[in-house]
Design a protein around this ligand. Structure first.
Ligand code: ASP
Length: 445
């Protein structure tokens, strides 16, 4: 059984166990199932795995992007890649939110519902655009890495790579060193991935086990419309965009992206999924590292199609519940604000709601209205994160194809770069050689 099948199996079993726990009411506070399974084993194993993925994000982005810049061959290409990726990210986000608004408004969801909400939601502030721009250049790269500020890390890595190019031939050992470090990081991702089936099971059993299913039923209209638009965007809009701009096969794309989507779904975080997205986009879809090492972390930070859809649908829903008529201008503001908000906020769980409070503040919708949808957001966050990472990959493929940085043989080969548990093995011969080498260097000192 290959790893993808195992991961999918882990996902299916996790959902089933989660549903059994949830529907069977097996997990009241203080019970055995709650203490030792849901908030015990499942929580610990799931969190360990997410931590392991997050652990890889900063070094991986740093090393692979430095390698990407050094390996690009023509530095002007970097500017073109950046511009194309940025424009496409904004374009897909705008289409996503417009689809959400159109469908939700067309169906009139939330009309006639009563606005009483027991859950209080006080919006956290998302950073103003000026601050986002200022923070692109880190005053301290170590602190930027420590706090995982993606745009700042991207900036530092690009500058580092450009510096190495300027030093030229003399910098070759450093470039080779970073190349090797990058390879080591990728191997570490492979090790972590081998544990994915168990972790995905635990993450989903925990998430579905503690979901408020009764709320899902109560908000059926909102949930159903949102999920439909998300699926439409993933399977239709993004695929049409892929076809038009690159002419590549959607089937192949979707098949190869399955793993990434499952990870995004289980972790609810585009950021934590970066290692898996990067590996898939380069080794399975054939995008050269020079493009992917930039577009993937950049996309995880600024491109959130799924989140934008949620914002569009939620805005219409809550406006209808409160009987506010936003009008055409109001909806245009919503689109603009959502696109801007998505640039400034990182892909971490639940951030979409924070961005939504910023949008609401702009168009004058009551922020406490978000309390209405808070209870069902956990599941929706999972689904929209899977859409978010798919958008990042589509744009990476399109940009790479247009710049001749896509290896079509890899793209079309169904087995290229497939995840396999067999990849994780240590060669005893190599171990002995390494030990000897270390001893030799040590003795020479
Ligand atoms: N969890 C989403 C992501 O990481 C962001 C959000 O919509 O809350 O992409």
């Amino acid at each position: 059984m290959n790893l993808t099948v195992k991961v999918l199996l882990g996902m299916a079993l996790g959902i089933v166990v989660g549903l059994v726990i949830n529907l069977g009411g097996l997990s009241p506070a203080g019970s055995f199932v709650n203490e030792y399974l849901v908030d015990g084993l499942f929580l610990v194993v799931g969190k360990l795995f997410v931590n392991a993925l997050k652990m890889m994000v900063v070094p991986l982005v740093l090393f692979s992007l430095i390698c990407g810049v050094c390996g690009i061959g023509d530095i002007r290409l970097l500017g073109r890649i950046g511009t194309k990726a940025f424009v496409l990210y904004i374009f897909t986000t705008a289409i996503a939110i417009a689809t959400g608004i159109l469908l939700a408004a067309g169906l009139g969801i939330g009309e006639g519902m009563n606005a009483v909400t027991e859950t209080v939601f006080t919006g956290k502030d998302s950073p103003p655009l000026s601050e986002v721009l200022i923070n692109i250049v880190p005053s301290n790269p170590v602190s930027a890495m420590a706090t995982g500020e993606m745009l700042a890390i991207i900036f530092f890595a690009i500058l580092c790579g450009v510096g190495m190019l300027m030093v030229g031939k003399k910098a070759q050992p450093v470039v080779e060193f970073v190349e090797l470090l990058n390879e080591v990081m990728m191997k570490m991702v492979t090790i972590i991935m081998a544990l994915a089936p168990y972790a995905v099971f635990c993450l989903l059993a925990k998430a579905i086990g503690s979901l408020g299913l009764d709320l899902l039923v109560k908000l059926m209209g909102y949930v159903a419309v949102l999920i439909s638009v998300l699926l439409f965007h993933l399977f239709v809009t993004l695929q049409v965009i892929l076809k038009i701009f690159s002419g590549l096969s959607s089937m192949t794309f979707l098949k190869k992206m399955r793993n990434v989507q499952v990870f995004a779904f289980s972790t609810s975080s585009s950021n934590a999924t970066i290692p898996v997205t990067l590996r898939t986009v380069t080794e399975r879809l054939g995008v050269k590292n020079s493009v992917a090492s930039f577009t993937v972390p950049f996309g995880a930070t600024i491109n959130m199609d799924g989140t934008a859809i949620m914002q569009g649908v939620a805005t219409v829903f809550i406006a209808n519940v409160y009987g506010v008529d936003l009008g055409f201008g109001g909806y245009l503001t919503v689109i603009l604000m959502s696109v801007l908000a998505s640039i400034g906020t990182a892909g971490v769980p639940g951030v979409g709601l924070i961005m939504l409070s910023m949008v609401f503040a702009q168009v004058g919708l009551p922020i406490e209205g978000i309390g209405l949808i808070l209870g069902v957001d956990r599941l929706l966050d999972m689904i929209r994160t899977a859409v978010n990472v798919s958008g990042d990959a589509v744009v990476s493929v399109i940009v790479a194809k247009s710049e001749g940085q896509l290896d079509l043989d890899i793209y079309n080969d169904p087995d290229a770069g497939a995840f396999d548990t067999d990849d994780v093995h240590l060669d005893e011969e190599v171990e002995r050689e390494m030990a000897q080498m270390v001893r030799n260097t040590h003795d020479h000192k």
